[in-house]
Design a protein around this ligand. Structure first.
Ligand code: NAP
Length: 485
């Protein structure tokens, strides 16, 4: 198994057809903790995107011709190489993204688990033999890889948002071209280094770092050889890209933004509720699509919840990702800080109260935001309607189950939802009525390769992971064979 250091995993060129492709035009990648320049990376243009799609097209036939076991073995070798190098991969990710190294290593393991899972799915998937519709015929449904796939991914999970797409594509017998986020291309390119070393064939996975998202996105969504486009990012961009896909009737998966409610009912186990709320909120400094955006608390327990949260937030450690024992690191860039401050200020202007935090931790650097608790938030405030994507807990009150449900569902989004209760009848009722694709009940960590990850409403289309994830990269073909006596 190849053993790497951060240095030997630091690749700065595009990866096309198994080769590292430099370009004169380059863009800079910085460490958000201290502003240090990490690398100058190849800035792929639309011509390189076309070249990558051609490479994926050329590799498609031989990859599809492999047996499921052959594909699964190559995928497992890649999985093992990633796990064997998780520390170096985690350190590299922490440098470009800012999350604590331990959390980054956790993402590497989580991301790799999708490769392992879908290697298994490659071998388990099957079609269907149909009931005989005529004496002289036999029919069956076969499932086949859809063909060349393209993907665009965000910066908040620089590894896992890629493996969650590439793994099912490879398992289904597809080849793929990925454009990672401009802010975090290095984790993506390191994955390519390991894929090449374990023998994933040339052209099966191609990686296009780029600062030209719009132009590259046009090629990836409109190129006639592409049959499937998969996106993780904001709803606004997802809608544009889906519209672009419609001209070629390409299959799409959309993993988009959320606005997760976390409801604490008056019958909740408060120790458990607070613990799970903190886990769901402060991971990645609040910069996750399933992060808690709105905390809805029964009015009879609001003071108790505020006091407990104040004590818990005072314990949180903030610092650079390479410092031991920190809970979260910097936000990704100045725009993220500006957005957090604007949402907070608008809420305060409309009557909300900051109970703790509420500012940049200047002694650490310009991108570190204090653990923040805001109360007396109302549903009409922008902080309740937009993704905060920062370590700000915003508390609203309700006084009945019906009101809690109405507030929770009053959003065009429906990615994750959470609630805490000890009443089994309430649990069943609320679980049925919350509008979301993923629901945590007395649980704030809900994502796993076995689970179907995806949203409803404007949070997206399709799922990643689980036994359902493979179908996103397959087409069905009904075959009828005639001529029987
Ligand atoms: P974003 O602005 O939509 O960017 C995501 C990706 O799309 C990046 O690679 C970006 O490139 C690219 N992009 C931006 N504009 C584009 C365009 N016009 N054409 C083609 N590509 C374009 O989102 P973000 O701020 O990076 O990520 C945060 C969002 O992702 C949040 O809304 C979050 O909820 C969502 N998210 C969803 C999930 C999920 O599974 N549902 C998971 C993680 C994140 P650049 O890097 O060059 O800008």
């Amino acid at each position: 198994m190849p053993q790497h250091t951060v240095r030997s995993l630091l690749k700065v060129d595009a990866f096309i057809d198994g080769n590292w492709i430099p370009s004169e035009q380059r863009f800079s990648v910085y460490n958000p903790a201290n502003g240090e320049l990490i690398a100058e990376v190849c800035d792929a243009d639309p011509a390189l995107a076309e070249r990558a799609i051609d490479a994926a097209y050329k590799a498609l036939g031989p990859w599809q011709a492999k047996t499921a076991k052959e594909r699964a073995e190559l995928m497992r070798a890649w999985y093992q190489a990633i796990v064997a190098n998780k520390q170096a991969l985690g350190e590299l990710m922490s440098r470009e993204q800012g999350k604590p190294i331990a959390e980054a290593v956790g993402e590497i393991e989580y991301g790799a688990s999708f490769i392992d899972w879908f290697a298994g799915e490659a071998e388990r998937h099957h079609g269907e033999v149909l009931a005989r519709s005529a004496a002289d015929k036999r029919s069956w449904i076969s499932k086949q890889g859809i063909g060349v796939c393209t993907a665009i991914t965000p910066w908040n999970f620089p590894n896992a948002m890629i493996t969650r797409k590439v793994a099912p594509a490879l398992a289904a017998g597809c080849t793929i071209v990925v454009k990672p986020a401009q802010l975090t291309p290095l984790s993506a390119l390191a994955l390519m280094q390991l894929a090449a070393e374990v023998g994933i064939p040339q052209g099966v996975i191609n990686m296009l770092p780029s600062s030209q998202a719009k132009a590259i996105g046009k090629v990836l969504t409109e190129h006639p050889r592409v049959r499937k486009f998969t996106f993780t990012g904001s709803t606004e961009v997802g809608k544009q890209l889906m519209a672009q896909c419609s001209s070629g009737m390409k299959k799409v998966s959309m993993e988009l933004g959320g606005n997760a409610p976390f409801i604490i009912f008056d019958d909740a186990d408060l120790d458990l509720a607070i613990e799970q709320l903190l886990a769901a909120k402060f991971r990645n400094a609040g910069q996750t699509c399933i992060s808690v955006n709105r905390v809805l608390v029964h009015d009879s327990i609001i003071s108790e919840v505020e006091q407990r949260l104040l004590r818990a937030l005072a314990e949180l450690q903030v610092g650079p990702g390479d410092k031991e024992g920190i809970d979260y690191g910097p936000l990704i860039n100045q725009a993220a800080i500006d957005k957090a401050q604007k949402l907070q200020q608008q809420a305060v202007d409309a009557g909300a109260k900051v109970l703790c935090g509420g500012d940049v931790l200047h002694q650490l650097g310009p991108l570190f935001y204090a653990p923040t608790l805001i109360t007396a938030v109302t549903p009409t405030m922008a902080i309740s309607q937009e993704e905060i994507f920062a370590p700000i807990l915003a508390l609203q009150q309700f006084n009945s189950e019906a009101e809690a449900l109405e507030l929770a569902n009053a959003t065009p989004f429906g990615l994750a939802g959470y609630f805490c209760s000890s009443d089994y009848r309430r649990i069943a009722r609320v679980a049925e009525q919350l509008q979301c694709g993923m629901l945590g009940i007395n649980a704030g960590a809900i994502s796993h390769a076995y689970n179907a990850f995806g949203g409803v409403k404007e949070s997206g289309i399709g799922v990643e992971g689980s036994s359902l994830g493979l179908a996103e990269y397959q087409v069905t073909k009904t075959i009828t064979l005639g001529g029987f006596e």
